[in-house]
Design a protein around this ligand. Structure first.
Ligand SMILES: [Zn+2]
Length: 83
């Protein structure tokens, strides 16, 4: 799949780290599956990932922790808070 940003590279499946700042809290989600351009490094999310990622970030914020580092877990996302 050709990269829509630079038109030269090709999108390949890989994993990225996503950092978000929300309400004074930082959330870093690692190993998020995405399509990454081999040339310019731009990325796009795979179908369904954004919703899951947002849910993961929101769930993390509910914990009231200032800085959260989590690992993205591919579906089904059933990880327990008790871990
Ligand atoms: Zn590109």
């Amino acid at each position: 799949m050709e990269c829509p940003y630079c038109g030269q590279g090709s999108f390949e499946e890989g994993k990225i780290d996503v950092a978000e700042n929300l309400d004074g809290q930082r959330v870093l989600v690692k190993d998020v599956p995405a399509l990454i351009c081999s040339e310019c490094g731009e990325h796009a999310y795979l179908p369904g990932v954004v919703d899951r990622l947002n849910g993961l970030i929101r769930a993390s914020l509910d914990d009231g922790i200032e800085i959260v580092v989590r690992r993205y877990v591919s579906p089904p996302l059933l990880e327990a808070k008790s871990a």
